[in-house]
Design a protein around this ligand. Structure first.
Ligand code: ADE
Ligand code: ZN
Length: 339
């Protein structure tokens, strides 16, 4: 197992489902809170970590919104993004498409430009320092009305070249894909690929409706699709990538343990599964740790891990040639480990 873990460490990786706000570690959260005069309910790091116990998605989102309230200035956005990118680089991540939730910041009076300038300064630093390939995916919050989201597309226009696409997140149950058909049609008309969280807590029907009504290119999570065998057949047939986040699912009670997660079953059924960290500081694991849990808890082999990573590179919103170059790099690293 030790050799496999070391070999996994050496593989180039892609991450397609990671919320920048969900990567703020408690140390930084408390520090920014103090500096910006934002009161938090936790007196110290231990107390904050102890509060990261969630019965469901709603309980998590309450903490997630509380935590992100400390991010105020351009430098704060830089610091949070930069800290994640340093860890990502140490984990072997060479390409990332990172989520950010502009409405969670605009609603607190933070400027879209403040957010973008801080995040993109960290991107520039990681591109220059680590050679990382980076894109941003702004997400709409599904508990908010569709109308309020349209101006975000105008705000994003000056940064179009940094944006891989748009997506949908937030409290899933009761906020179905059909509420966002016009918005997503507008994103597509502007030339953006779209993604949506679906089938995390919500039913398989939300996965199908995200495909049919929102015309998403990838499904974020999607694990509840397994409740509908016909839908799973379709995911396989149409090679729809799922950005699965097993630690999130375990920590939010979708599966009672990692060993019971269905990602291996979906993978073996031929679904294009990718593995991601979602909100690593809240769920206690970054991508490298999670891939090792796939080995240790699910019994996946090194070749399976290589295939999961290949799926991520193939599912990335990059020009075809760049996807192929990353897959080539992956196979060279995998073969070097086998020697
Ligand atoms: N926002 C941040 N993490 C999320 C998740 N796991 N599901 C839905 N919205 C989110
Ligand atoms: Zn997510």
């Amino acid at each position: 197992m030790k050799d496999v873990f070391a070999a996994i460490d050496r593989l180039p990786k892609a991450e397609l489902h990671m919320h920048i706000e969900g990567s703020i570690e408690p140390e930084m959260m408390l520090d920014l809170g103090r500096r910006n005069g934002i009161a938090l309910p936790w007196r110290g790091v231990e107390e904050a970590r102890a509060a990261y116990r969630f019965g469901n998605l709603k309980e998590f989102l309450d903490v997630f919104y509380r935590g992100l309230s400390v991010i105020v200035t351009e430098d704060d956005f830089f610091a949070v993004t930069d800290a994640y990118l340093r860890r990502a680089h140490a984990d072997g991540i060479v390409h990332a498409e990172l989520f950010i939730s502009p409405q969670a910041h605009l609603g607190r009076g933070i400027g879209f430009d403040t957010m973008m300038r801080g995040v993109l300064r960290a991107f520039e630093s990681a591109r220059g320092g680590f050679g990382m390939s980076l894109k941003l995916i702004p997400l709409f919050q599904r508990h908010l009305p569709e109308e309020g989201a349209f101006p975000i597309l105008d705000m994003a226009e000056p940064w179009r070249h940094e944006i891989a696409g748009f997506g949908l997140a937030g409290a899933e149950l009761g906020n179905p894909p059909q509420h966002f058909e016009r918005l997503f049609a507008h994103c597509r008309d502007l030339g953006y690929p779209v993604v949506a969280h679906a089938g995390e807590e919500g039913p398989a029907a939300y996965v199908r409706d995200s495909l049919d009504l929102l015309k998403v290119k990838r499904i974020d999570h999607g694990v509840r699709a397994a409740d509908d065998p016909g839908l799973v057949d379709r995911l396989v047939r149409e090679a729809i990538p799922l950005t699965v986040c097993p630690m999130a699912n375990v920590r939010l009670g979708v599966f009672s343990s990692f060993a019971e997660h269905n990602l291996k079953a979906l993978f073996e059924r031929g679904v294009k599964v990718t593995v991601n960290s979602d909100d690593p500081s809240y769920f206690g694991a970054y991508l490298g740790d999670i891939l090792k849990l796939c080995v240790g808890e699910l019994g996946m082999g090194f070749a399976d891990i290589v295939q999961l990573l290949r799926n991520s590179f193939e599912a990335a919103f990059l020009p075809e040639r760049e996807n192929e170059d990353f897959v080539e790099r992956l196979h060279q690293a995998a073969n070097a480990s086998a020697d």
